[in-house]
Design a protein. Structure first.
Lengths: 303, 350
């Protein structure tokens, strides 16, 4: 296999990593009945908190831990608004994105000051899973978080479809009244799902600052959260299909980057817009037959 | 452990009008944490935030300048939300209007301004409607959730703008990716000399007044509100739910398009990809804070214009990061939302 394809495959995995974390996080929220539009802000907040905490403590792992905790807090805030108070999920999610975006930039500016020199950290090193084997060696020279993301896919499937907690989560996402009648605590289950989801989203953001880029800048997430919202629909709320969607998006993105650098005069924007257009097309075709959890967007109140 | 539950108990009507004001106070208390973190005095900061911008005419006019696009995106969001159509796409529809204005501004040169300005407005309105069309049709015909589709359309149009500005429309004179400057006869006249306040402000105020009458006083407005309250009941009462929603969605897109026209023809005079720092999303804040009442939304939009201007004053006077403005606005949104829910409920200890 030539270097072009090897590079392409490696880049696909790299680009897909934050999307895998993000979509799995969103999956937990939506399966429990909450559309969490806070994802874009939560990913950015995770990237920032991870970066700042790693810079302050000198430990990338503590940075990652702080990012996860920050993401869980974001999930709990979404829970307070949409689960406890029953506020409109669209607007509260968007509000969380606006809040965490503003907060990340505010704090970043406060910490870094007006210095011309950007603060940097030494990011995670990639790990060669297959040593110096041809083809597989260079493709699987990825960050630990990438391998973790891929491992999380079957794990999320197991949790969702093979555990009691997963059953509860799907029950409150499909029919909270029935779940409640069967003795499931709808509020707690949704809170927990949102906290897990937020933690995963933030990890996706922290992958960018702690591994791939080793820095934090403005416009860092750049719509990746919205891509995840689209991928969920594209992947029909199934973990393995989500992985497929994320890899496909990663491939298209990596391909356009490489075609751009070869100097070919291609409108690369078409490639970038493609996943969004395809998602709208999927929505149009699938229409109301999508497997969206039935109770999504509906607040639940115990009378 | 302290446990509480929420039970239904509607608050009196007078309380509803007070909510945005209480929300503003709560927001400022909450956000003073960040000001203290920035080692500044919250009271001084809020002086620069809210009072200093209004204390001299130059920055007071700037509040109206910053409020102009927000009046329009706030109106756009209100018009859609009133009929239960959650248009999150005001941002993209604004950009569509901006593209139309930049395009028309490049070709309309020879015509007189008296003719050009209405053409610019109509063109921007039409472009906004066009960008709102696909999500609206999908919602009405196929019951596809409009939130996700309008959100996706916001991103798609950014790629379209990037394609335009890196290709056909790229101004060869400029180092930045931007379109050529629009013809002088398509530039909005200034309302106050040596300021940035332009005709778009009057357009925005008119739009607010018009949608107030449409929503409150016309048959269409009544139909929209009944659909917003409940589709099944509206259908039972003989309202054409699909048509009503479609009209609301398209007009909403058109109004957002006008905001883009104003930014091109009144402020920037060419198209750049960062022409909107999220005015479409901030419009949702204005609509929520104004309780979806157009007049309230107008006041809320101007108030957010004040916060935007104040954030600059605070930033330059006390070197607190300018993003404090975004934090305050988002907090205000979440606090207002929560309080509007709580007005119908009572928190009770159990």
């Amino acid at each position: 296999m030539d270097t072009f394809l090897i590079g392409l495959a490696a880049a696909t995995l790299r680009v897909a990593t934050p999307l895998i974390f993000g979509t799995l996080g969103e999956l937990f929220c939506e399966r429990a009945g909450i559309l969490n539009l806070g994802i874009e802000g939560t990913m950015l907040f995770g990237a920032f908190v991870g970066f700042a905490a790693a810079g302050a403590t000198g430990s990338l792992w503590l940075g990652l831990l702080a990012a996860i905790l920050a993401g869980m807090l974001s999930g709990l805030l979404m829970g307070f608004l949409s689960v406890r108070l029953g506020v409109n999920q669209h607007v509260s999610g968007l509000g969380i994105t606006l809040l965490l975006t503003g907060l990340s930039y505010f704090s970043y500016r406060l910490i870094s000051g007006e210095k011309a020199l950007q603060p940097t950290i030494t990011p995670f090193d990639p790990i060669r899973l297959f040593g110096n084997l041809p083809v597989l060696g260079p493709i699987f020279e990825q960050y630990l978080l990438t391998y973790l993301a891929i491992l999380l896919v079957p794990l999320a499937w197991l949790v969702l479809f093979r555990t009691n907690f997963g059953l509860k989560m799907r029950a409150v996402g499909e029919n909270p009244e029935a779940a409640d009648a069967a003795g499931v605590n709808v509020y707690h289950t949704r809170y927990l799902a949102l906290a897990i989801g937020g933690g995963l989203m933030a990890t996706g953001g922290a992958f960018l600052s702690l591994a791939q880029m080793g820095t934090f800048t403005f416009g860092f997430i750049n719509g990746r959260g919205w891509v995840c919202i689209a991928l969920i629909i594209f992947g029909n709320w199934e973990p393995f299909r989500l992985l497929g969607g994320a890899l496909l998006f990663g491939l298209v993105f990596a391909l356009q980057l490489r075609l751009q650098s070869t100097g070919l005069q291609l409108p690369y924007e078409v490639f970038l817009a493609l996943p969004y257009l395809v998602t709208i097309l999927v929505l149009a075709i699938a229409g109301r037959n999508t497997a969206a959890p039935s109770a999504m967007l509906k607040p639940y109140r115990r009378e | 452990m302290l446990r509480f539950k929420i039970e239904k108990a509607p608050a009196p009507v007078w309380f509803r009008t007070l909510i945005p004001f209480i929300a503003i106070v709560v927001t400022f208390i909450v956000t003073s944490v960040f000001i203290i973190w920035a080692k500044a005095n919250p009271f001084t900061a809020y002086y620069y935030f809210l009072i200093a911008p209004l204390s001299n005419p130059v920055s007071a006019i700037e509040v109206l300048v910053k409020g102009t696009p927000l009046l329009l995106t706030g109106a756009a969001v209100t018009f859609a939300f009133a009929s239960g159509y959650y248009n999150i796409g005001a941002e993209g529809q604004l950009l569509a209007g901006a593209i139309a204005a930049a395009g028309l501004g490049m070709v309309l040169g020879p015509l007189p301004a008296l003719l050009n300005i209405p053409i610019m407005l109509i063109g921007g309105f039409a472009a906004g409607m066009l960008w709102a069309l696909i999500p609206a049709l999908l919602k009405v015909k196929l019951a596809v959730d409009e939130v996700v589709t309008t959100l996706l359309m916001n991103t798609i149009i950014l790629f379209f703008i990037s394609w335009l500005l890196n290709g056909y429309w790229r101004d060869p004179v400029s180092h930045q990716p931007q379109s050529a400057t629009i013809a002088p006869s398509t530039v909005f006249p200034k309302l106050v000399v040596h300021s940035r306040l332009h005709l778009g402000f009057i357009v925005a105020v008119l739009v607010i007044i018009i949608i107030y009458f449409v929503i409150k006083r016309t048959a269409l407005g009544l139909q929209m509100r009944s659909v917003g309250l409940g589709k099944d009941a509206a259908r039972f009462a003989g309202v054409k739910v699909g048509t009503t929603m479609l009209i609301a969605a398209l007009v909403s897109g058109g109004i957002a398009g006008l905001a883009g026209v104003g930014e091109v023809a009144g402020i920037h005079f060419h198209l750049i990809s960062q022409i909107s720092p999220g005015y479409g999303y901030t419009g949702i804040i204005a609509a929520t804070l104004g309780g979806l009442n157009p007049l309230g939304v107008g006041l809320a939009a101007l108030f957010i214009g004040l916060i935007d201007t104040g954030a600059q004053t605070v930033s330059s006077a006390m070197s607190i990061p300018i993003y404090l403005g975004n934090v305050v606005e988002a907090t205000l949104l979440l606090v207002t939302l929560s309080m509007f829910v709580l007005q119908n409920y009572r928190i009770k200890r159990v």
